[in-house]
Design a protein around this ligand. Structure first.
Ligand code: TIU
Length: 233
């Protein structure tokens, strides 16, 4: 078992039954010209989550932990896109429209895919989800349960939308979740703070919050390779 400092209290996990969950590190959210910007957001706020998330990803790989990635997006024919989601925000450019990185939030387009820094490697499933939550209309729960996973370490964007929705869904399905604060990002600094506060309030009503430093120090105690991988990233 591995224990690390977190709020509201220490988080303990078994390396065999824990998964690193990388939520929606897609160009569409972190770079200009994508879906995130189409909603009126400044995407530069999200970039600072990438270096620590990359260190955590590389360390988890080196330690042999299970890693799973998600992407938010839709079928090319938009048959899984609710009208409400299409119309919401009355944007100038809609989901499915052609943008500088290809069709916005459509599977197979360049903008829909995950950024190079944290790109999945062989053996790391990618869950394509039509909604904000990782469990809605996906095989996320089946994949995790099949591997005997019970605890989840979360990185990803955005904190109060897809990360928090996924943590809430995971909580109702019986998983323990810990969100690594500096490996997540929001377009709104005040929402970043509030989303994490909501997760850890009331004795950890949805889960725990920690950061990459505390998690990586703990991982290094069971894996010298993880320590080396984290410093080389
Ligand atoms: N808009 C926003 O903050 N986020 C999303 O639409 N999706 C995710 O968080 N991935």
């Amino acid at each position: 078992m591995v224990t690390f400092d977190a709020e509201p209290y220490d988080f303990t996990f078994d390396p065999k039954t824990v998964a690193l969950v990388m939520i929606d590190f897609q160009r569409d959210f972190v770079y200009p010209g994508g879906f995130g910007e189409s909603l009126g957001n400044d995407t530069s706020f999200l970039l600072k989550a990438l270096p620590p998330a990359e260190r955590v990803l590389k360390a988890c790989r080196a330690a042999g932990l299970f890693v799973i990635h998600t992407r938010e997006g839709h079928r090319a024919d938009l048959s899984d896109l609710p009208v409400a989601k299409y119309e919401r925000g009355n944007p100038k450019i809609h989901i499915g429209d052609e943008g500088p990185m290809g069709r916005l939030l459509v599977r197979g387009s360049y903008g829909h895919d995950i950024v190079d820094e944290v790109y999945p490697i062989a053996g790391e499933p990618i869950v394509d989800k039509p909604g904000k939550g990782a469990f809605y209309a996906t095989d996320m729960d089946t994949i995790l349960k099949t591997r005997g996973i019970r605890q989840l370490i979360f990185c990803g964007v955005t904190t109060e939308v897809c990360v928090q929705t996924s943590v809430r869904e995971a909580n109702d399905r019986g998983y323990d979740s810990c969100v690594l604060e500096d490996c997540t990002g929001s377009y709104f600094p005040e929402f970043q703070k509030a989303a994490l506060a909501m997760i850890k309030a009331q004795g950890g009503i949805f889960g725990w919050v920690s950061d990459s430093k505390r998690f990586l120090e703990a991982l290094a105690t069971i894996s010298p390779d993880a320590a080396a991988a984290a410093t080389s990233a």
